[in-house]
Design a protein around this ligand. Sequence first.
Ligand SMILES: [Zn+2]
Length: 390
Amino acid sequence: MTRIPSLALRLIQTPKDLEAALPLLARERLVGLDLETTGLDPHQERIRLLSLALPQAGEVRYEPRGRGRGKQATHFPAWLHLATLEKGKRVAIPLGENPYAEGRKGEWRDFFQVGEENGRVQIRRVKALSPKPYTPRTERLAVDIGLSPLIATDRGDLLGRGFLRLLAAYDTEIQTIAKRAQREGRKLSQVPEYREAMGRLRGFLKNEVNRLLNRLVALHAPAVLVVERLDLRSPELSRRMNRLLSNFGRRYLKEKLARLGELYGIEVVEVNPAYSSQACSRCGYVDPRNRRDTQTFVCQACGHRGNAQVNAARNLLRRSSPAVNEESVITFTPKRETLRLLLRRYAERSRPGSRLRPGIPGGRSAALEQVWGKNPYLKGFPDLLRTLGG
Ligand SMILES: [Zn+2]
């Protein structure tokens, strides 16, 4: 089963493999292409897997129990027959039961997903789940994906507050195993404890993502879910753990969001996250000093104080709103331009005499120019520095 290259599926991991496969590719007039990336936006994310389907590469036939011939067929619920890249050579793969998938309402498709998990090849038959009856109660819900908590919403919910602490425990365990393997000169992928710990970590990630997103749907029943780039990383974790998170954590989030779309028809909208964690969701003021630490947001201009991720989620919500159309300008602009736009917009709104000048609690209005003058970001935009004074 682990020898994929002998099947109709050929896993290409080195330039040499690719060279060997090129004659096969070159003889086709038409190839199917599928791209799997680390995030929702294929233009910005890293490519994980590129699948090419060749018409001549062979056929896949699915044979459920009862229709098989011979003794073999009775031992397994189904068989998958694959033509190989060698002419005339066929391979039959027995498929096991999947009680979870069988228990879900839906329609089996004649599509098979082939993936690799913990060094083992996994083949799964695709089932299209039947949509569930769903009545949205919330038009738009914005979530900020972080690690502590995993999810914060613009409504102020904090879900998965113990997430980072538990991840840190996995991190310590995996780092210890890795160090020992290195001392003993063993390859990490061949250390059973490592594979076992990785299996548990993946199970934990998948479970938390499922549990918390289900909770979110139960709490608010959103029609539209606004998310930022799904970037799971923390300076408090090792590089190894951060890499694992940006691979698996992100993948599980992406899969879960896709499933919510399939099941409930929830639309997922991705917005530009630039400076959403440093901008004040009340008055719009952007300043790195607004962030006290990973948890606390304190606006230097208007004094607004709150959970940093909830504040970020509120900014994401505003950026996604079609009603504030000019705001959507920032959706796909580069980072520096986004910053300029946010600062300029704030300056315009806050000019003395402006109808939209935000109220400064405790009569700090005079202090506003002072805060503005000391904003480290304005060094990059000297033309904006004068705009607030009018
Ligand atoms: Zn503010």
